[in-house]
Design a protein around this ligand. Structure first.
Ligand SMILES: [Fe+2]
Ligand SMILES: [Fe+2]
Length: 208
């Protein structure tokens, strides 16, 4: 059902957050993270959650409001939460652009922005899983779910479509592959440096 689909997407988003967290650790150790991975993660968030995932949830929430306004009020303000998610993503993207363009920005501030993005993204998903989804499952009828399943995006594509899902799966697999390659590269540099008896290149502050 639709909620299972959304839960699966949450797990998938979390895989990307794990990769992002790894790059953040590298950055916070004063080394250069893999910006290709970070930019690809930003692009993923700009498309799939914004174009598909949030509109699906917004639709479910508007049904919940109709079916059980009290339950919807207890859940909170989903539209506001989603706006905050978008704002945090833009803030994160701007910080990465600034560092790549060599603009003046404190490394510590960039680290804080990325950490905040990861933390609050996880918090948002946990809140939905704990409060929002169970309330919707309880209040919505079978017809409501059928109606939601046939909803379309602004461009006329189905909100829940196998094509969108397959593209999102392929992009995510590509990002995770890039992350694996970045890790393998870092391990091999660290190993060569250890064999040569010198600190790994990645350990020096060679920013950005
Ligand atoms: Fe959401
Ligand atoms: Fe969600």
């Amino acid at each position: 059902m639709i909620i299972d689909f959304l839960l699966r997407e949450h797990r998938n988003i979390d895989l990307l957050l794990v990769a992002l967290q790894r790059e953040l650790e590298i950055f916070e150790h004063g080394a250069r993270p893999d910006y290709e991975v970070i930019r690809a993660i930003i692009s993923y968030f700009e498309v799939y959650p914004e174009v598909y995932h949030h509109p699906q949830e917004d639709l479910i929430f508007s049904k919940l409001r109709t079916r059980d306004p009290d339950a919807a009020a207890i859940v909170g303000d989903l539209a506001h939460e989603h706006q905050e998610v978008i704002d945090r993503l833009h803030h994160f993207a701007q910080a990465i652009d600034a560092i790549l363009a060599d603009r003046e920005i404190l490394r510590q501030d960039v680290g804080n922005i990325v950490r905040d993005f990861i933390l609050r993204e996880r918090h948002h998903m946990m809140w939905e899983e704990r409060d929002f989804f169970p309330a919707a499952v309880k209040a919505l009828s079978a017809e409501d779910w059928t109606e939601i399943a046939s909803a379309r995006t602004d461009h006329g594509d189905l909100l829940f479509s196998e094509t969108a899902e397959a593209t999102s799966d392929a992009l995510r697999a590509h990002i995770l592959q890039l992350e694996q390659e970045a890790e393998a590269e870092r391990s091999s540099v660290a190993f060569s440096s250890a064999m040569a008896g010198k600190p790994p290149d990645g350990a020096k502050a060679d920013g950005p």
